[in-house]
Design a protein around this ligand. Structure first.
Ligand code: PMT
Length: 410
């Protein structure tokens, strides 16, 4: 706190810079200088192999901090080094990231300080790979990169050119300015929703027919869970109201499990009261059986299922919105996607809407990835490329933050 004004002074972004053992590690010294020049505090973590290419002394001198090298520090100490480091940092940046580091991160191994820090860190992570083009093109590396992308890691892909090994192709560490820009953006993101209450719905609802059967849909909850995790990583206080799913809840998120649309409606109304941002990513069943049978209906009984419409939770939330609240809807469509989504946004009164074509394979329901079209605050359609659901979540939150900054959301 500033003693005179009582205001929090703007703190320098704190970056944990992991350097792993490839020839591009020699550029780490210049990277530290560039980050420090931009006002960042930098704490370097050097892997054992990276020490062959750049000395701890060089990085310590440039960063003004001793370099962290092993899980237990150089001297016996009563602290837990990797936890101290992750508590301190706004962002973890690994440059260069070798194929080995990408593989260890992707599999969740924690067998040295850098990989242990990665596993313990719940803020934004940026990796800038650099390696031989054959290694970069290897299917394993591709899969590891895709996996990290799905978890919200920003991968700054290597550039093309001649490499130290004499081969030509993709594998060069990108120019340092790009890494600096990504590192600072990641550090900013780590607190861009600081303390803000964000409520997200996810997954399907199950509407009982009898004690054994229900009307439901194919939503896995992945999209909503990704939004909740991304908001948490930006410092938000997140409530995740979710239907029946088989996903582990994101760390640090309050979860409210529900089953039916009626339960989701009650939970969302309650949670949204104090929320600044509300995202309805759940696939709420549009209809429910007029009455659930108390006993299991036998195959031999003639049976007609009478359905009645469920309340429109999103429309109710927008009708009751509080000042300054930003509300986001989704639309699952199979045809005339943009026109139907634009009409839906108007009808439901939300600020932003993401439309998925749920008839596209590899996108929408159940898939790891999603191709959506954003209907923005003015009703304009902006198609986004196929991305991991976490990347969709990050891009959506960037747009939400823009509305919050403009004081929009009525
Ligand atoms: O869960 P995943 O497998 O990851 O799949 C993601 C997803 C396809 C479910 C998600 O991206 C998505 O599109 N969610 C919304 C699905 C949906 O119900 O669309 P809709 O067009 O029927 O509804 C429009 C909006 O109204 C949605 O925000 C929905 O949450 C809301 N709604 C719908 C019906 C209802 N009774 N109440 C509502 O609030």
């Amino acid at each position: 706190m500033d003693a005179e004004s009582g205001a929090d002074p703007v703190r320098a972004p704190r970056i944990l810079l992991g350097v792993s053992g490839g020839i591009a590690a020699y550029k780490a010294a210049e990277l530290v200088r560039a980050l420090v020049r931009e006002g960042a505090e930098v704490q370097c973590i050097l892997t054992r192999r990276a020490e062959q290419f750049v000395t701890p002394l060089a990085l310590a001198t440039l960063s003004g901090r001793p370099v962290a090298r092993t899980e237990f520090g150089d001297e016996p100490a009563p602290t837990i080094l990797h936890i101290d480091l992750v508590r301190w940092a706004d962002a973890l940046v690994v440059a260069p990231a070798t194929g080995n580091v990408l593989a260890r991160f992707a599999r969740g191994l924690a067998d040295d300080l850098l990989s242990t820090v990665y596993l313990a860190f719940d803020g934004p992570v940026v990796v800038a790979p650099a390696m031989n083009p054959r290694m970069w093109d290897h299917e394993e590396t591709r899969e590891n990169v895709a996996r990290l992308g799905r978890r919200g890691v920003t991968v700054v892909p290597p550039g093309e050119g001649f490499l130290a090994c004499g081969d030509e192709g993709a594998g060069r560490l990108v120019p340092l300015e790009e890494i600096v820009a990504e590192a600072l953006a990641a550090a900013r993101r780590s607190s861009s929703l600081d303390g803000m209450h964000v409520v997200v719905s996810a997954g399907p609802t199950y509407e009982p027919i009898d004690p054994a059967r229900f009307v439901g849909n194919r939503s896995s909850g992945r999209m909503g869970f990704a939004i909740a995790a991304a908001a948490r990583a930006r410092g938000a206080q997140v409530t995740l109201v979710h239907g029946p799913v088989a996903l582990a809840p994101p760390w640090g998120v309050e979860t409210v499990p529900v089953r039916t649309a009626g339960e989701m409606r009650a939970a969302m109304r309650q949670a949204a009261r104090a929320a600044r941002v509300v995202v309805m990513a759940a696939a709420v069943a549009d209809h429910r059986p007029a009455a659930a049978a108390e006993r299991k209906i036998s195959r031999r009984e003639p049976y007609t299922l009478d359905l009645v419409p469920n309340p429109d939770i999103l429309a109710e939330l927008t009708a009751a919105r509080r000042a300054g609240q930003v509300i986001v809807g989704f639309a699952a469509e199979t045809h005339d996607v943009v026109e139907r989504a634009q009409a839906k946004k108007k009808r439901k009164g939300c600020d932003l809407l993401l439309a998925n074509d749920v008839s596209t394979p590899g996108s929408g329901f159940e898939a790891e990835d999603n191709r959506v079209t954003l209907i923005d605050e003015r009703g304009r359609a902006e198609p986004w490329p196929l991305m991991s659901k976490r990347q969709v979540a990050e891009r959506l939150l960037d747009r939400v933050e823009r509305l919050l900054a403009r004081g929009e959301g009525p």
